[in-house]
Design a protein. Structure first.
Length: 487
């Protein structure tokens, strides 16, 4: 009897312990879940509220972060949680200008402030290469190279290797056997560098001569391997873009048809899209285009085509031939995005690219519509697709896809206005006044970096250590750089 009572007590005690442990696990797990979701006890009002998360990052790292004047413990990269509403964020580091931004956050959200470029308080312009003259320049993707053309009438280019601190220059000369009428007397030749391939090895060069035009693909590793695309296929090429990174595949606008060329195979495709007036490529295989609507007199269409599609997909029709249409596409996180501007109106669509004609009106839905003050002149996405940029003259807007925010700003300085370019995924640059000015997508944190020659390219190196640009000197021109990450 005694043993039975003892066993019974042990069983009750064990059950109680297990029950308490289970209860404790549930309580702790619930607390952790609510904590991860941003719920905090607010000592000011005695209530539990859901906070918002902030993620910080800077280049260089190691900056001190303050939110509403209160310093948070860790250096960048770091994070914190704040109440929903408006906050003033400041990031500072010795030797650098302070980074500041006012943000408005909602409860339960994550706001990424991990793109801040800290600008040195003292910037020194260093000359790395010198030229007698400069006609044009073009940086490769990720800022690993800069190709410079001194004179437009000669197929001679200087390739600057920016991948290390010690900049090296290589002269590239396209052989006379590659381009037409090289030895013909009295012929005026004009060469223009047009575009790098995404791999950073090949460059498209346009050659004008005797009122004619042809396209060459320059191999920057060996100029003798340059190929004359126009001569090989003997077709009229209005515009051309790379497809892939082999330097052998291209999409071209042949009269009003888009075709695909393969140099190594010597093949030219049937028309992939017809009645096209202009087109752009995203990555290596997605084409957006503006064309003529043959079903309506004077009408226009805006559409998208992916390599392998049986037909192009028309996403917008406009019965007005004078309408100013633009289209661009990108991919952000798990969705495809297309933006279409019609005059002053901008529509952003999200979803998946159409797979069939029946999907044209259903696979992508409008997620945002807004209007700007003037007709859109330039339309693009940021490099990773987070922002939609519209520009008209010196005025521009940026729409943040993730946070659904629209900001407006303008390019400062006097002089002619060119299309804004992306310095990295979040910063823009302009040279309107003969000075290199960079700022974030929304116009904030603007800084003058260096005097530059207007119309030449600018690049931030892949490790964000230097910004390279070109400027005139007393005796010619120089490729110059500014150190962005102090030793």
């Amino acid at each position: 009897m005694y043993q039975w009572l003892l066993k019974h007590k042990i069983l009750i005690k064990r059950t109680a312990v297990y029950a308490f442990m289970t209860f404790a696990v549930v309580v702790v797990a619930t607390f952790i879940i609510f904590f991860v979701l941003g719920f905090r006890f607010d000592t000011n009002n005695g209530r539990i509220e859901q906070y918002a998360f902030l993620q910080f990052g800077t280049s260089p790292s190691g900056a001190t972060v303050s939110v509403d004047g209160v310093e948070i413990g860790d250096k960048t990269p770091n994070k914190t949680s704040v109440r929903a509403g408006q906050h003033q964020v400041t990031m500072t580091r010795d030797g650098y200008e302070p980074w500041q931004k006012t943000i408005d956050v909602k409860s339960g959200t994550i706001t990424w402030l991990n793109y801040a470029l800290l600008i040195p308080k003292k910037m020194t312009v260093e000359s790395v290469l010198n030229y007698n003259t400069v006609n044009s320049s073009l940086a490769s993707p990720e800022g690993r190279s800069m190709i410079v053309q001194q004179q437009s009438n000669a197929p001679v280019f200087d390739l600057a290797d920016l991948s290390s601190d010690a900049v090296r220059s290589t002269k590239l000369t396209i052989p006379a056997t590659i381009y037409s009428e090289a030895a013909k007397a009295g012929v005026e030749h004009v060469f223009k560098i047009a575009k790098w391939d995404d791999g950073g090895r090949y460059v498209l060069v346009k050659h004008n001569y005797s009122a004619l035009e042809e396209w060459l693909v320059l191999d920057t590793q060996d100029a003798k391997l340059t190929k004359n695309i126009t001569r090989i296929f003997n077709i009229l090429i209005g515009s051309i873009v790379f497809s892939g990174t082999s330097g052998n595949e291209f999409y071209v606008l042949n009269k009003t048809d888009i075709r695909k060329l393969n140099l190594s195979a010597g093949t030219i495709s049937k028309p992939l899209i017809s009645n096209v007036t202009s087109f752009e490529i995203y990555k290596t295989n997605i084409i957006t285009y503006i064309g003529v609507d043959i079903s309506t007199v004077g009408g226009q269409v805006a559409g998208v085509y992916r390599d392998g599609d049986t037909v192009a997909h028309v996403l917008r029709t406009k019965p007005d031939k004078n309408a100013i249409l633009h289209i661009a596409t990108s991919h952000y996180f798990n969705s495809d995005y297309i933006v279409i501007s019609d005059g002053k109106r901008v529509d952003i669509l999200s979803g998946s690219y159409p797979n069939s004609i029946s999907d044209n009106s259903t696979s992508m839905k409008i997620i945002a519509t807004y209007a700007i003050k003037e007709n859109v002149q330039y339309l693009s996405f940021s490099p990773i697709g987070e922002y939609v940029l519209t520009q008209t003259g010196a005025n521009y807007t940026a729409y943040d896809i993730e946070y659904h925010n629209l900001s407006s700003s303008s390019i400062t300085g006097a002089g002619a206005v060119a299309q804004l370019k992306w310095l990295d995924d979040s910063y823009l640059w302009s040279d309107k006044s003969g000075s290199l000015i960079i700022n974030e997508f929304d116009g904030t944190n603007s800084h003058v970096i260096a005097p530059v020659t207007t119309g030449q390219d600018v690049t931030l190196t892949h490790n964000e250590k230097y910004i390279y640009s070109i400027n005139k000197t007393g005796t010619g021109y120089q490729l110059q750089r500014v150190l962005m990450i102090l030793p």
